[in-house]
Every structure is written in structure tokens, then in C-alpha cells.
Design a protein around this ligand. Structure first.
Ligand SMILES: [Zn+2]
Length: 112
């Protein structure tokens, strides 16, 4: 078997890391769907719900808590993901918003 060049490896792992973010985002969308009807409008704006960190690290099982309405605002752009502060990876995404509890990253075009 031919040895992979470092370039092949890093390309593959960039895409596979990006796919991991999509997986956790879809998990969070299920959390949102299940939780949403249990909350009144006011609670959707104010009561934090535990979502999974949507970072690219397959091993990461950390949680990020924020109100449902805020979670939705983050995902108005389908290329944006919710991560714990510092869980961004600059080779596949840019940080577009920083709050004390979470950061929002936007994925580079070639790994969407
Ligand atoms: Zn993470």
C-alpha cells in the first residue's frame, strides 16, 4: 500500500473533523426538538438548555448551556457551529462570535 503523503492525511482529517461537527449539530437539533415544546416563549429566551459542544474533536463530550432561542440564532447560518471557548480549529473554521460560555465558528468553504 502506498504511503499517504502528509497532505492526503491532513485533507482527509480536515473533512472528517468537519463531519464530526455536523454529527453533533444534528444531535443538538434533536435536543432542541424534544425540549422546545416543554418551554414557554419566555423560558425559551431565558432558561439555559444543555447542548453538546459541536467541535471537531471526536472525543469531546462537553456541554454548552444556552437558551433555545440563542441556540437557534447561532444556527441561522447553516455553516455555523456552537463550541466551547477554545474548541475551534483554525484550519477548518473561523471564530465569528465569542461569549463567556460558548464560541461560534464558521466552517471554511472547502469542508462544508
Ligand atoms: Zn468540544
Amino acid at each position: 500500500m502506498a504511503r499517504k503523503t502528509p497532505d492526503d492525511l491532513s485533507n482527509r482529517s480536515r473533512q472528517s473533523r468537519a463531519n464530526n461537527e455536523k454529527l453533533f449539530k444534528s444531535l443538538n437539533q434533536q435536543v432542541e426538538t424534544v425540549t422546545e415544546p416543554l418551554f414557554k416563549a419566555e423560558e425559551r429566551r431565558s432558561v439555559p438548555v444543555e447542548f453538546y459542544c459541536e467541535c471537531s474533536n471526536r472525543e469531546c463530550v462537553e456541554r454548552v448551556s444556552l437558551p433555545i432561542d440563542e441556540y437557534r440564532a447561532v444556527h441561522r447560518d447553516p455553516n455555523c457551529f456552537l463550541v466551547k471557548p477554545g474548541h475551534d480549529q483554525r484550519d477548518i473554521e473561523n471564530v465569528v462570535q465569542q461569549t463567556p460560555r460558548y464560541w461560534v465558528v464558521r466552517k471554511h468553504e472547502d469542508v462544508r
